[in-house]
Structure formats: structure tokens, C-alpha cells
Write a protein that binds this ligand. Structure first.
Ligand code: C2E
Ligand code: MG
Length: 885
């Protein structure tokens, strides 16, 4: 629109002379009306400053009204007509106020004295210029009367005040509104100049000066419209935190004042121009106007005042800067985060005292030296690479290195880097360092704890696994390293007899002996409570020899202040070959060591694939055991117990069998432990009780009520349901409790555990007999006989196997028989296979026997046949009486 109007103004020059002025004025009026509407609408959009822009619109409207009014009052232009001259005063004054109101009071106050002085100086300088360039020539040319003269001066003053408000806006508006301020100032400048040109042009006919003045009016109005439309307004209000926002605005305003060229230079530049013009006009055209002289004097005064204000501010700023610098310096000094500043060549240009002082004391000053000259030699490459990496990507962007400490040792630092080389005020790499010596030390200790066994100080399982992983990674097809797994036996006895402390001593000693026996490169580790592992180097049967040597040293008694500790070990041996994993090797070693343990103390077992097959079979059986009873795969066989005096069957022992669909008939010694571990033994046992009692209740008696022996697992005893299960089975079967013998194996029988003892007592109260089974095997002792409330003792078949040859076995059996006789306990010899064993037992006075010599375990029909055959008489040599299962 402005361009169109300007083109229209250009077209005015082509019109006849008498039409030019009215048409030009009409164009300007149209421009002014459009500008007033545009500025008012823009002002409504920006709510906070909207009032200011609406005031600006009002000023423009006033200008239109004043021009129209002057035209009405004084229709013929020419000369210094006071009405026409004064028409612009009110609009200019309102305009000045409107522009100032765009800023708001806070901003104006933030500008302080300095803003006031600069604006006044600018106005004064502009006024002098107007005096020199406009008023002076007009006065000289037209010699106006007093009214016209005053109107001229007032118009001149109003124009300069309008211009001054523009400068104030630019200086105090802040960064956000800098463009708006500049546009406004330019617009106001155009309007002020056009106003002066209007005055000059009014003196003569409508010529280029008048046309230029009109054009500048259109330009000025257009610029004001642009400023109003583009005004972003003040920063949004922060609500209740207004004081902060005010402080922020004030601070920013001062900053803007400090740096704005317009604020600093423009008043002085205009003043200088005005003074030069004044001097020149004095020389060329004569004495300047009095107002110009007064204004110049005021301008000089204001320049001096401005200087004083600026100096005061500079002193204040310098003091504040010094204080803030000292504050930051002290902060950096006091901070535990030490700072290193490096230039482009990685030379230290500044170092915090926390870093510089110790290095200085150690004779290795940091300042002026490349940092890589001062870090620990082992860290040089790390630091160099880290600093060379543009992104400084260490773990987490950090780098660890060591710097000299005051005592000549090294302290560990962890540093992050800020690259400020592109920041001209710093131009350096800034390293923020943190002393991590204590932390690293603590981490080292934790690491050593994590990989060391606290008792023996040998590497622990984690360390062993790590070493094993490395060995496997390097392993080839021919094994050069083997894993020896030592399961130490005898520690439980030592703990029971001598206490935990002795066990610890023994473990330390075993570890020491193993370490002393193997090669330096072999790794000895404690990988379990009673388990040691050796990664032994050597090919062929070398590892076997190492294992044998180790076994020898382990089996040598350990002397402690509380006595000797006798230990043995089972050793599993697994050669490491390529393709094996840590898990596989450990699995194999455990299989081998278990097999070695089963083979007896002091055995070495190399891993062979059949060990894995045994384990697979166990796992298969464990899985198949679930539901075996429901599928009818479990059966009972019955082995007679013979009274040696009467030579007839007085009891039977029920023995469970499992008819596995694939593996055939399985012995209980194979599947009972599996059932115990799988938590299935209780179920199985209840079935045995029910089945055995129901069948036994229906057996022929022939005058002698048969005793029924049923074996009970220690795990079932420990479960606490034994009494309930027995009572339930007795009730269901109707079998008399007095004929039931519950056979407890040696490990279930010891009277430890109040609950177990109470169960035993409860069973006896019910009338059930208790038998101590497998006596003489494992850890059974004669003390058990006197301490356990049992009615029957069953001698273990392993003991009886030697009774006819071994004096010790015979003596032990005789003792048991003697004690049994004295205590009223029946003694049953189990596992009689030969007549000489039977003879030996009879000679001792043993009352009962059970064994293959007399009868193997029988099926139920076979047992019934036996009992029916000869009234239950049974004796070796009575042909056809010994049945088979
Ligand atoms: P046990 O209680 O000592 O049972 C006697 C074992 O000795 C039976 O083996 C029997 O067949 C065997 N035996 C008897 N006389 C001779 C002999 O002259 N020579 C030889 N070599 N062996 C003889 P079986 O049936 O294999 O039972 C083994 C063990 O399994 C039993 O030892 C018992 O502890 C356990 N057991 C058997 N049935 C059950 C049961 O139903 N429940 C529980 N918890 N354990 C049972
Ligand atoms: Mg038994």
C-alpha cells in the first residue's frame, strides 16, 4: 500500500502546478488514515503494549485532524502561517508519549539517569540541528511575527521530542524488540524530517522539497505500521514472581544501555553534527537563533553530565565484575573438582591449586607443560587418544589418569572435558578433574574380595571360572590343561569333634599343600565349601600323576592344637579340549568326582562318557517315577525272616520293586534315593504301607502270627508324617499294630531331633515295633543300641558277609547279639548266604536270620505257598523250600 501511495506521489509531479499540493496532501491523508487503522489493529494484537500502539494510532489520527483543521482555518498556504505551523505540535507530543508508553514504567526506570541524559542530549542536539537547518533560514527569509515564531519553535521542539522518544525506545527496549525499536526510530525520524521539510516547503511554491516531505511522511507512517505489526511485545509476565522478572528486565535493560550503539553514540554524533552546523552557519550566514545557542549550551552540559554518569556506571560495573571474578575464583579454588585448562597443543595454561600444588611439590610443575608430559607414563597413550578424539568419548565421556602427588606418589584423577576452543573468551580445552584415588583403592579391595576366598586366600569360584574360560578359549584338540576337582572328605567329622575353627585351619592347610604340590602356572582355587579345583598343566597322564600327588598330600594328617585331622578326597579329572564350555567342563568334573566318591575314599576318576550315561539314566528314572504307582509298575516282594531255633518263618520283610517298561525290574537302592530327592518318597511309602499291610493281613498264620517288616526312608521320617501314615494304613487294612515292624535305617534312627524321637515314641505307644536296620554299616555305633528305643536290630549284610572269616566282624556281631539279649532286643541277621555264616550266627545265639541261604525275596503267591507248605517251616537243605523272587 505504501509503495502504491509513493507511486501516486511521484505521479503528482506530472499534474498541473495548482493541483499538485491538494492531491499530494490527499495522498498523505489517505496514507495517514490507513496507517492509523493499521497501527491500531496491530496494537490490539499485542495486548501488553497494545495501549501504546493505539496511542500512536491516535497521534496519527490527530495529525490527520490537525492538518484538515489547519486547511479549514487557513486555506491558502504560503509564508509562516502560525495555524499550519502549529498543527503538528499536538500530534507530535502525543506521539512522543505514545512511543514512551510502549516501553512501560519498569523499562524506563531501569534505564535510569543515563537513559534520561542520553535521550535529552539527543533531543537537544536534534533541536540545535532543527534550529540551524530549519528555523534559522525560515526566520531570516520570512521574518515572521511573534505568533508564527513561537509556532515555529514549538513545532521544532515537538518534532525533536518525538525523535527523542524513538531513541529512548531503541535504547531501552531490550534485545527482543531491537528491530521494532530501530524501525520505530527510523519511522519517527522520517516523520520529523518530513515535518521540517514541510515547514521549509511551506515558505514557497509546491516543489521537490514539499514532495519529498510528503513522501517521507508516507515512508514514516509505513515504518510505524511495520514496527507495530512486528512488535513481539515485552517478555511474557511470570505471574507471582514479578519482582524477579522486574529485576531481570532491569538487568537486561542496563545491559542493553551499556552495549547499544544508538544509546551511546547517536546523541553525541548528532550533538557533534549540530555543533559543527551551528559553527558553520555562524560563519556563513550570521548569528544563530537564541534558542539554538541555549540548546548548544544545554547540550554541552548534558555531554559533561553523560560522561560523569558513564564513569560512575563504569566504576560500579568494574567493582561488580571484580567481585564476581573473585567469587568465581574462590569457588574454583575451594571446589574439590580441580580444573585444568589446556591450549590447542595440550599445554597446561592454568591448573587449579588442587592439581598444581602437589605437582609443583613433587618437582613436576604442570603449568606450561603438555599434560601428557606429566601424567603417569602408562596413562600417556590413553590421555593422548582421549584428547585427540573430537567427541572425547571415554566411558561416559570420562578419562582416568594419574598425576603426581606431593610425596612423589601418584594420585588417580577422573576427568571430563569441555571444549571451549570455539569460545573466543576462553579458547581452550577445560578439564574438570576429580580425585578418585580413594574410590579406586576401595574398588580394588572390593575386586580382590570378589575374587578371593576369605578363608584360604586362594582364588574363589568366580576367579576359577574366569581362568577356566580363558583356558578353554586357548584349548586345542590335544588337552594341555586338565581340571582336577577335589571333594575333601572328613571335614564334617572334624567340625563335629573339634569345631569350625579347626575346619578352617584344615582348609587353609589343604589349600597350602595343593598350592605347594602343583606347578607355578597351575591355578588352585577353592570353589565350594569342601571343594578345591586345580587347573593343572600337562599332557597325557601327567594330570593323573598330579592328582595322585595332591591326594597324597591331602591325606597326610593335618596337625592342629586340638588334635589331628584326617582327611581324604575324591578327585574328578576332566581334560580341557576345544569346543567345551565352562558349564560342560564343570558338569563333567562333578560327575567324575561323584563317581570317585562312590568308588571309595582316595580315588581319582577321569571323566568318561559312561558317567554321563549313568546321570542320564538317573534323570530318566526320576522323570518316570512320577506316576509309576498309578501305572501299576510298583510291586512288593517278600523275604521271610526265620526263627533259627524253631526253624520256621516268623516274619516277612516287604521289599518294593519297580517294573520299569524299558529298564526292567529296578532295585529299590537305585530308585528310592531318586524318590527321596524328587520329593516322591512319602507317596511311595504310603503305598508300600497300605499294600504290605493289606496283603500281610491275609497271609496264612499256622499258629504263629507273622511279623511284617516295612522299610522306612529317613527322608520320610524327617517329613513328620510317618505316624499319621502308619496309623492310616493300619486302620485301612485292619492289620494289628503289634505285628508291624517299622525298619529305620541307621541314619534315621539316631535319637537326634525331638520330633523324630516323639514319632518313635508315638509308634511304640500304638504297639508298633521299631527295628534298627543295617546295623553295622556306615556310622552305626553300639551307643545307638542303648540309646534308641528299638525292639529289633537287623545286622547289616555287609558285616555278616565277613562274620565267618573276620574276627572283628564276628566280635561285633557277638557283642550286638549279647547286648540284644541283655536288653530284650531281637537280633536278626540279614544277608545269610552260606551255611558257615549261619553256623557262626547260631553259635553266637542269634535268634533270627534272613538271607538268600534261607529264602530269596518271594512273590506273594510264592510266599503263601511257602507258608502253606510245611506250616511255615524253612531250613537250608529242605529241598524245594527255598523259593525265588
Ligand atoms: P534292607 O532293608 O537291608 O533289605 C534287605 C535287602 O537285602 C534286600 O534288598 C534284600 O533283597 C537283600 N538281601 C537279603 N538277603 C540277602 C542275601 O543273602 N544276600 C544279598 N546279597 N542280599 C540279600 P533290596 O530288596 O534290594 O532292598 C535294598 C534296600 O532298599 C533295603 O535294605 C531297604 O533299605 C530299601 N528298601 C526296600 N524296600 C523299601 C521300601 O519299601 N521302602 C524303603 N524306604 N526302603 C526300601
Ligand atoms: Mg530292611
Amino acid at each position: 500500500m505504501a509503495v502504491l501511495l509513493l507511486l501516486a506521489l511521484c505521479g503528482v509531479a506530472l499534474l498541473p502546478a495548482d493541483l499538485r499540493r491538494p492531491v499530494a496532501d490527499a495522498v498523505v491523508l489517505v496514507a495517514a488514515v490507513l496507517a492509523a487503522v493499521g497501527v491500531a489493529r496491530a496494537g490490539r494484537r499485542t495486548c501488553r503494549v497494545g495501549r501504546g500502539w493505539r496511542l500512536v494510532a491516535l497521534a496519527i489520527a490527530l495529525g490527520v485532524a490537525a492538518t484538515v483543521a489547519a486547511e479549514v482555518v487557513s486555506p491558502h498556504p504560503g509564508g509562516a502561517d502560525p495555524a499550519r505551523t502549529a498543527a503538528s505540535v499536538l500530534p507530535h507530543l502525543v506521539g512522543a508519549c505514545a512511543v514512551l508508553s510502549l516501553l512501560g514504567r519498569t523499562r524506563l526506570r531501569a534505564g535510569g539517569v543515563r537513559l534520561l541524559v542520553e535521550s535529552t542530549l539527543f533531543c537537544t542536539a536534534a533541536f540545535v540541528l532543527a534550529q540551524v537547518l530549519v528555523v534559522g533560514p525560515l526566520v531570516r527569509e520570512l521574518s515572521p511575527g511573534p505568533a508564527s515564531r513561537w509556532a515555529l519553535e514549538a513545532s521544532c521542539l515537538a518534532a525533536t521530542l518525538l525523535l527523542g522518544s524513538g531513541l529512548t525506545f531503541v535504547a531501552a527496549a531490550g534485545h527482543r524488540r531491537r528491530t521494532t525499536g530501530a524501525t520505530t526510530l527510523a519511522g519517527l525520524g522520517a516523520l520529523a524530517v518530513s515535518s521540517c521539510l514541510g515547514l521549509v516547503g511551506s515558505a514557497g511554491a509546491f516543489g521537490p522539497v514539499s514532495l519529498t516531505g510528503r513522501a517521507l511522511t508516507v515512508v514514516g507512517l509505513a515504518l510505524l505500521c511495520l514496527a507495530a505489526a512486528g512488535d513481539p511485545g515485552e517478555r511474557p509476565h511470570q505471574g507471582p514472581a514479578a519482582p524477579d522478572a522486574t529485576a531481570d528486565a532491569a538487568g537486561e535493560g542496563r545491559l542493553v544501555l551499556g552495549i547499544t550503539l544508538a544509546g551511546q553514540l547517536l546523541p553525541h554524533a548528532v550533538m557533534l553534527t549540530a555543533a559543527v552546523s551551528l559553527l558553520a552557519s555562524s560563519f556563513l550566514v550570521g548569528t544563530p537563533t537564541p534558542a539554538a545557542l541555549v540548546a548548544v549550551a544545554l547540550g554541552l552540559l548534558l555531554t559533561a553530565v553523560h560522561r560523569a554518569v558513564v564513569v560512575g556506571e563504569e566504576v560500579r560495573f568494574a567493582g561488580r565484575l571484580a567481585r564476581s571474578e573473585a567469587w568465581f575464583r574462590n569457588l574454583v579454588r575451594a571446589s574439590s573438582d580441580a580444573v585444568l585448562v589446556l591450549d590447542d597443543d595440550r599445554v597446561v595454561t592454568w591448573a587449579a591449586p588442587a592439581l598444581a600444588d602437589p605437582a609443583e611439590a613433587a618437582g613436576r610443575p604442570l603449568l606450561g607443560r603438555p599434560v601428557t608430559d606429566r601424567v603417569h607414563p602408562q596413562d600417556v597413550e590413553t590421555v593422548r587418544a582421549w584428547l585427540a578424539d573430537g567427541d572425547h568419548r571415554g566411558p561416559g565421556g570420562l578419562c582416568s589418569f594419574r598425576l603426581p602427588a606431593a610425596d612423589g606418589s601418584w594420585r588417580a584423577w577422573e576427568a571430563g572435558v569441555t571444549d571451549l576452543r570455539s569460545d573466543p573468551s576462553v579458547g581452550a580445552l577445560v578439564l574438570h578433574c576429580r580425585d578418585v584415588t580413594v574410590r579406586l583403592h576401595a574398588e580394588d579391595q572390593l575386586r580382590s574380595l570378589a575374587y578371593a576366598d576369605p578363608v584360604t586366600r586362594l582364588p574363589n569360584r568366580a576367579a576359577h571360572v574366569m581362568a577356566l574360560t580363558e583356558e578353554l578359549a586357548a584349548a586345542g584338540d590335544q588337552p594341555a590343561v586338565s581340571l582336577l576337582l577335589f571333594e575333601v572328605e572328613g571335614l564334617d567329622d572334624a567340625r563335629e569333634n573339634m569345631g569350625r575353627h579347626v575346619v578352617d585351619l584344615a582348609l587353609v592347610e589343604v589349600g597350602r599343600r595343593l598350592r605347594a604340590t602343583v606347578r607355578a602356572e597351575d591355578l588352585v582355587a577353592r570353589v565350594g565349601a569342601e571343594v578345591f579345583a586345580v587347573l593343572a598343566h600337562g599332557e597325557g597322564d601327567e594330570p593323573d600323576r598330579v592328582a595322585a600327588r595332591c591326594l597324597t598330600v591331602v591325606e597326610q594328617p593335618v596337625v592342629t592344637e586340638l588334635g589331628l585331622v584326617d582327611l581324604s578326597a575324591a578327585v574328578g579329572l576332566v581334560p580341557l579340549v576345544a569346543g567345551l564350555t565352562v558349564d560342560t567342563v564343570q558338569d563333567r568334573a562333578e560327575l567324575a568326582v561323584r563317581a570317585a566318591g562312590l568308588a571309595g575314599p582316595g580315588q581319582v576318576q577321569r571323566y568318561v562318557p559312561t558317567l554321563g550315561a549313568a546321570r542320564d539314566r538317573r534323570e530318566r528314572l526320576r522323570a518316570d517315577l512320577v506316576g509309576a504307582r498309578a501305572r501299576g509298575e510298583l510291586t512288593l516282594v517278600w523275604q521271610p525272616v526265620v526263627d533259627l531255633t524253631a526253624q520256621r518263618v516268623t516274619g516277612v520283610e516287604a521289599l518294593v520293586r519297580w517294573q520299569h517298561p524299558e529298564f526292567g525290574e529296578l532295585e529299590p537302592e537305585e530308585f528310592i534315593p531318586l524318590a527321596e530327592r524328587a520329593g516322591l518318597v512319602g507317596d511311595l511309602q504310603r503305598w508300600v504301607f497300605a499294600e504290605a499291610m493289606t496283603a500281610a493281613a491275609a497271609l496264612p498264620e499256622h499258629g504263629v502270627p507273622l511279623q511284617l517288616g516295612v522299610n522306612v526312608s529317613p527322608v520320610h521320617v524327617a517329613s513328620g508324617t510317618l505316624v499319621r501314615d502308619v496309623a492310616g494304613a493300619l486302620r485301612a487294612s485292619g492289620f494289628p499294630a503289634q505285628r508291624l515292624v517299622v525298619e529305620l535305617t541307621g541314619s534315621a534312627a539316631p535319637v537326634e531331633g525331638a520330633a523324630v524321637a516323639a514319632d518313635h515314641a508315638a509308634l511304640r505307644l500304638m504297639g508298633v515295633h521299631l527295628a534298627l536296620d543295617d546295623f553295622g554299616a556306615g556310622s552305626s555305633s553300639l551307643v545307638q543300641l542303648t540309646g534308641t528305643p528299638v525292639d529289633v536290630v537287623k545286622l547289616d549284610r555287609g558285616l555278616l558277609a565277613r562274620v565267618d572269616k573276620d574276627r572283628q566282624a564276628r566280635a561285633l556281631c557277638a557283642s550286638v547279639v549279647g547286648i540284644g539279649r541283655d536288653l530284650g532286643i531281637d537280633v536278626v541277621a540279614v544277608g545269610i548266604e552260606t551255611p558257615s555264616q549261619l553256623t557262626a550266627l547260631r553259635a553266637m545265639g542269634c535268634a533270627y536270620a534272613q538271607g538268600f541261604l534261607l529264602s530269596r525275596p518271594l512273590t506273594l503267591p510264592a510266599l503263601v505257598a511257602l507258608l502253606d507248605g510245611d506250616g511255615g517251616h524253612l531250613w537250608p537243605g529242605q529241598v524245594g523250600r527255598v523259593g525265588t523272587a
